[in-house]
Each structure stands twice: as structure tokens, then as C-alpha cells.
Design a protein around this ligand. Structure first.
Ligand SMILES: O=C(O)C(=O)C[C@]1(C(=O)O)C=C[C@@H](O)C=C1
Length: 366
């Protein structure tokens, strides 16, 4: 028996023992999952995960293995969470854009800190997310809406007009893009980078400086997966840190987005309108007749009710070329008398007025 066979035999024995321990661990995770469901506790416990990872690293004899151990435990607890959610009786199904490791997936995790069991369901395109919610394949949907560097995620604005869903909440996430490639690939070998068009725009300076050929891809995490599965060694992806971990890629350059304070706002969509007494922000989309002073008159409705209009974003009206729809946000709860009045008056005044929801305003620090 040569040395290779001997090492492999050792590994086989270790794996057998690991499978036994894995099964035992998963059994306990399942019990914890049941307990949490019965006691109304969320599956994700970020504090506990941090403590588990720190304890595992502290137990190492060879400290060089610390980053690998952290990776190993992070992944194991991700699997454990998924198992808990898969076994839960009442998990909230959340449709989201992308696959595990996408920024939207991170947003779902952040949102699920406040929920009991959550089953994230990944979708390849933003419209697939809307379709899944429409066809009862999900209870809620999470979708990117606006980025602090590149602005509106325009197709989502258009989909909000096409489908009749309500915005139920918003989630802010700091977005850091990293250049990542297969293990062993050097940065100077890279010629082509793949990513979502928004990520490509966010990293434009870095791409231009390095002379990369940038190819748009469906999603940041999908581009990372594509790179990990490709035979090519001159390609890289632009994606987040968790995508690098999940798809086993090396980060060759970190934080390559032009604007380092780069945030994305995600919205949570629901089919039904739920009243929320803490809600203090309204969204609507309005179209107006193409006549002098119409926008002024719309704004005046809110001013006269003493309501702060916090956003106006115009988007082309696809049914009427070179006419525009106005996406507006305004303060207040829909049960406030002045908000009700303003909405009623705006509905009467506008050519079309679609109320998009009443939810709690969050900030990049929340
Ligand atoms: O300890 C818990 O609360 C668990 O649910 C178990 C576990 C784990 O696998 O260790 C899984 C998910 C939590 O986010 C934290 C830890």
C-alpha cells in the first residue's frame, strides 16, 4: 500500500466517525428546532453561532487551521438552520432573488432574525420572485430596490406596477463587492469578470483600472457559482464574502466597489395589506395628466395636509411612451386622518394612483 492509499484509508475512518457525529448533531439541531417552534423563538441565533465558532477555534491545537475551522462551522450551522426550517411545521416561505450567498439572501437572513422559522426560496430572476409570490409558492418576497451608489433597481419598480403586492418592510444592507476566483488563481491572470449589472456598475472604476472585460450575469452569487464550476482560470466574479465561502473561491481583491459606503435597500413584499401601528412610511405610484402644474398640484395635496413627501422618483410609463409614473414616499400611518385625506385626494386627482404600502422606515444603521 503506498502512502496515498494509507492517507485515504485514514480519511475514510475519520469520515465514518464524522458522519456518526454529524447525524447526532443534526438530531440535536432538529430537537432545538422543535423547541424553538414551540416557544416562538427564531431559528437563527447569530450570538450562539458566533460563540460556537469561537469555541471551535479555541479548541484547535494547530492555530493555522482557525480560518478553515471557522468556515467549516459556519457552513455546518447554515446546513443545521436549513434542516430546522425544512422540518418546521409553520415556516414562512420567502421568495428571494438569487441563490444562497447572494446579497438578497443575506437580507432574508437579516429579516428572519425577527421571525420564527423561515424557508428561503431562491429565484433566478426578479420577475420569478413576483411570479412565485403570485402563485402562492411563497408567503413573502424579498427583492433589492435601491442602491446608494447606482440608484433604483429599475426592473423592480416596473414589476411593482405590473403586480399588485404591498411593501411590508424594508431592509438595509452594507454591500461590499470582492473579486473572487478559483483557489490558486492569481489576480494578474484575470481577464474577464462576471457579475450582476448593478455590481458591475458599483465596481466600474476597479474594472476600468484593471482593463477587465465585464460580463453581466443574473446574480452576484450565481456568477460566483459559475466561476467555481468553470474550467477557465482567467475569470473571476464580483460578489459578497458569503458567496466566496459557499462556492469555495479565493478573494483576490476585497472591497472593490467605488463607493465604500455602499448600501442596498431591499423591500419585503406581501400579497395582502397588513395594518402596522408602527408604520410611519407610505409608498405609492402615481401617474398624472400631461398638463401644466400637475406635479405641483400633487405635491400641494401632501403639503396642505402637513405631510412630508420624502421621495419622488420618475420612471417611464411603458403604456404611454415619453410619459412618466412617479414613485412617491410620504410620512405617516395610514390610520392618521391627514394621511387618509391626502391619499383620498391624490386618488381623485391623479390619472392613476396605486397605494404600495405602509411600513416602518428603517435606516442604514438599523
Ligand atoms: O443553538 C441553537 O439555537 C441552534 O439552533 C443550533 C445552531 C447550531 O447548529 O449550532 C443552529 C442555528 C442557530 O443559528 C445557532 C446554532
Amino acid at each position: 500500500m503506498d502512502k496515498l492509499d494509507e492517507y485515504r484509508q485514514n480519511i475514510d475512518k475519520i469520515d465514518k466517525e464524522m458522519v456518526r457525529l454529524f447525524e447526532e448533531r443534526m438530531k440535536n439541531a432538529q430537537n432545538i428546532g422543535k423547541y424553538k417552534e414551540e416557544h416562538g423563538l427564531p431559528v437563527l441565533n447569530a450570538g450562539r453561532e458566533k460563540a460556537v465558532i469561537e469555541k471551535a477555534a479555541a479548541n484547535l491545537k494547530d492555530k493555522n487551521l482557525a480560518p478553515y475551522t471557522e468556515d467549516f462551522f459556519e457552513n455546518m450551522m447554515r446546513i443545521s438552520r436549513k434542516y430546522q426550517a425544512d422540518n418546521a411545521g409553520h415556516a414562512v416561505k420567502i421568495a428571494y432573488f438569487g441563490i444562497e450567498g447572494s446579497f438578497t439572501y443575506e437580507a432574508v437572513l437579516k429579516y428572519s432574525e425577527n421571525l420564527l422559522s423561515v424557508k428561503p426560496v431562491g429565484c433566478a430572476t426578479t420577475e420569478d420572485v413576483f411570479r412565485l409570490l403570485l402563485n402562492d409558492g411563497a408567503d413573502l418576497a424579498v427583492i433589492p430596490f435601491e442602491n446608494s451608489t447606482t440608484g433604483a433597481v429599475v426592473d423592480v419598480y416596473d414589476l411593482l406596477c405590473k403586480y399588485d403586492f404591498y411593501i411590508k418592510d424594508e431592509i438595509f444592507l452594507k454591500v461590499s463587492q470582492h473579486l473572487m476566483a478559483k483557489k490558486g488563481v492569481k489576480k494578474d491572470e484575470i481577464k474577464t469578470v462576471y457579475s450582476h449589472p448593478q455590481a458591475i456598475s458599483q465596481c466600474k472604476k476597479f474594472i476600468d483600472f484593471n482593463g477587465y472585460n465585464a460580463i453581466p450575469y443574473l446574480n452576484t452569487a450565481l456568477s460566483a457559482k459559475f466561476v467555481s464550476e468553470s474550467e477557465k482560470t482567467d475569470i473571476a466574479a464580483l460578489a459578497g464574502e458569503s458567496a466566496a465561502k459557499i462556492y469555495n473561491l479565493d478573494i483576490l481583491a476585497a472591497n472593490v466597489n467605488t463607493d465604500l459606503d455602499n448600501y442596498t435597500k431591499f423591500i419585503v413584499l406581501s400579497k395582502k395589506f397588513d395594518k402596522n401601528e408602527n408604520a410611519d412610511n407610505n409608498s405609492a405610484v402615481v401617474s398624472l395628466d400631461d398638463k401644466t402644474g400637475m406635479l405641483y398640484k400633487l405635491i400641494k395635496i401632501f403639503k396642505d395636509e402637513g405631510i412630508n413627501l420624502t421621495k419622488i422618483e420618475s420612471r417611464p410609463d411603458h403604456k404611454n411612451p415619453f410619459e412618466y409614473m412617479f414613485f412617491i414616499d410620504f410620512d405617516g400611518n395610514i390610520d392618521d386622518e391627514n394621511v387618509k385625506n391626502a391619499v383620498d385626494k391624490a386618488k381623485e386627482f391623479a390619472k392613476a394612483f396605486k397605494y404600495l404600502g405602509n411600513y416602518k422606515r428603517r435606516s442604514v444603521h438599523s
